[in-house]
Ligand binder design. Structure first.
Ligand code: G4P
Length: 536
């Protein structure tokens, strides 16, 4: 290729990467994530009517709904990534399951985004799941835009909500808007940046540019008494720091928008904010070096695997986040972990209701690669270079169960099933060093139900679970590689029945209590006891 051609290709990669905005929505169940997603897709022209994504909030699904969804995985594949165009940019919205039992999947998805929208219920404020997900975003300094939803219902005072975000999350806030009333009285918001009233009207929003907070029209446009309340609000809002792009992009400051996803109010403003502030794909760290998105050579990593509906072929779709270069249909990529060459004959692109074969994909995009179980969560794919991205996390599970196999003749089949389902991230599998039956670790009980029903349906093996006395586990690693390796070996020999290997042959130890874990940590200062492991 001539030099000029190389340069054109490189700058096209830079331009395409620069247009991508890849993000997720984090929320406690019921805060309005599904409703907001639909509104965003409507604005992006990806769907035509509200209600097209999912009929119900995730929390309201019954257990059998969830099991059915697991069995009908084609649907969740289709909604895993939603791509739409808005304001000249291409948005990739990565879906995160809201049910708490599926939060591991969510954590992994967050490793593939460049920004997040945090949805908060205006009456409830920060809830448990919001907080957990926020902590994962913080681990990677993911910039966050906040949407305070359900202002059309009785809400807490804006000041109280902002202070709660600031204090409980230790995150600076800057209100992009200030709400005018709430519930029946919710009249809209004041846009601080543009000194504008954005008024809630039947069937839409009416914008009125003001000369400033003292503009006399405020009183004529708002219901009686609301003008004074708003002026007071604007005064209160001014104590917060001004928006600062650098601080936002470093994950230290969040702009806050107030609205109602159900009424479609405030959503366009939020999306405009994302389009203006959310970062395009940035450099990502790999073990060998930093990878810049505009590099011509393709790199990417697998953050999610989903089994297909076709049981006969055991097809699976691996979700690849492209980090650099252009992915072309028909390319062959190197799976760095094994050195294998993986054909990408039909990369899938995802739209709200359908999948389409993509001709090409760029940094920030997520494509689905169908395979027969070769690809694993955490795998790095490249054009040939030896490098591994870091950062698809595993968290120490708190529910540990031993598998009981009803028919011992099926041990080999069970092993295969567990290997494949662990690749997919359905559960974590640990093999005790004393050779006893495998132990599975999960975040929620529901994962166990999904595991046993899938092993039965897909592999014809009946299993049940036995309780263990363990309440926690840690990955064990030597502090320094050299002589501490021998210490690790010694530690593992102290109680083989409490030690195991994870799916990647990494050593782990189980503990019956936090007290026991702390005691081991004190007794073995040369070792690290890790609650989180980043897969390579
Ligand atoms: P989730 O995905 O975060 O779990 O939440 P989802 O969007 O499903 O919303 C949960 C419930 O809150 C839904 O009500 C939804 O209609 C409602 N909701 C979402 N945003 C708003 C809002 O801005 N204002 C008001 N008043 N309600 C909102 P539901 O009763 O579960 O479902 P539905 O029967 O209304 O569809």
């Amino acid at each position: 290729m001539s030099e000029q051609l190389v340069e054109t290709a490189t700058s096209q990669t830079a331009a395409e990467a620069g247009r991508r905005r890849t993000f997720a929505i984090i929320a406690h169940p019921d805060a309005g994530k599904t409703t907001l997603t639909e509104q965003l897709l409507l604005l992006g022209g990806a769907i035509q009517i509200a209600g097209a994504v999912r009929a119900k909030g995730e929390r309201r699904r019954t257990r059998s709904d969830w099991m059915k969804i697991e069995q009908d995985r084609g649907i969740s594949v289709a909604t895993s990534v939603m791509t739409f165009e808005y304001a000249g940019q291409i948005f990739n919205l990565l879906d995160t399951p809201g049910h708490e039992d599926f939060s591991e999947d969510t954590y992994r998805t967050l490793s593939a985004v460049d920004a997040a929208v945090m949805v908060i219920d205006a009456a409830k404020g920060i809830e448990a799941q919001t907080r957990k997900l926020f902590e994962v975003c913080r681990l990677r300094d993911i910039p966050i835009v906040t949407f305070i939803n359900k202002m059309d219902r009785e809400a807490r005072e804006p000041l109280e909500l902002l202070d709660e975000i600031e204090k409980t999350l230790a995150l600076d806030v800057t209100p992009a808007t200030w709400p005018i009333g709430s519930g029946q009285q919710f009249a809209g918001v004041y846009d601080r940046d543009e000194a504008k009233l954005r008024l809630l009207r039947e069937g839409g929003e009416q914008d009125v540019a003001l000369s400033g907070p003292e503009d006399g029209r405020i009183d004529s446009l708002l219901p009686h008494g609301q003008g004074d309340v708003l002026r007071e609000g604007i005064e209160l809002a001014s104590v917060y720091p001004d928006f600062d792009l650098a601080s936002f992009r470093e994950g230290h400051l969040t702009p806050v928008y107030f609205g109602s996803a159900l009424r479609g109010f405030g959503v366009k403003h939020l999306l405009d904010g994302l389009a203006r502030f959310a970062p395009p794909p940035s450099a990502r760290s790999a073990d060998a070096r930093m990878v810049e998105p505009e590099e011509e050579k393709l790199t990417g990593f697998v953050f999610k695997i989903q089994a297909n509906t076709d049981l006969q072929h055991r097809d699976r779709v691996a979700f690849l986040r492209v980090c650099s270069g252009r992915l072309r249909k028909g390319a062959r990529l190197k799976q760095v972990r094994t050195g294998k060459s993986i054909p990408v004959n039909a990369p899938l692109f995802f739209f709200a209701k359908e999948r389409q074969v993509a001709e090409e994909a760029w940094p920030g995009d997520v494509v689905g690669i169908a395979n027969h179980g070769v690809l694993r969560i955490g795998d790095t794919l490249t054009d040939g270079e030896e490098l591994n991205f870091q950062g698809v996390p595993s968290f120490a599970p708190e529910i540990l169960r031993r598998i009981r196999l009803d028919d011992p003749m099926l041990a080999k089949k069970l092993r295969k099933a567990l290997d494949q389902l662990a690749d997919e991230g359905v559960v974590q599998v640990f093999r005790p060093l004393d050779g006893s039956q495998p132990v599975v670790g999960v975040v929620g009980q529901l994962q166990l139900d999904v595991l046993s029903s899938r092993i039965q349906a897909e592999y014809g093996v009946q299993i049940s679970f036995e309780p263990t006395s363990w309440s926690t586990m840690r990955w064990i690693a030597p502090k320094e590689n050299g002589q501490d390796r021998a210490v690790l070996e010694r530690f593992l020999r102290t109680a083989p029945s409490q030690m195991a290997e994870d799916h990647d042959s990494q050593p782990v130890a189980f503990f019956t209590s936090d007290w026991g874990r702390r005691r081991s940590e004190e007794e073995w200062p040369q070792l690290r006891f890790l609650a989180l492991r980043e897969q390579h």
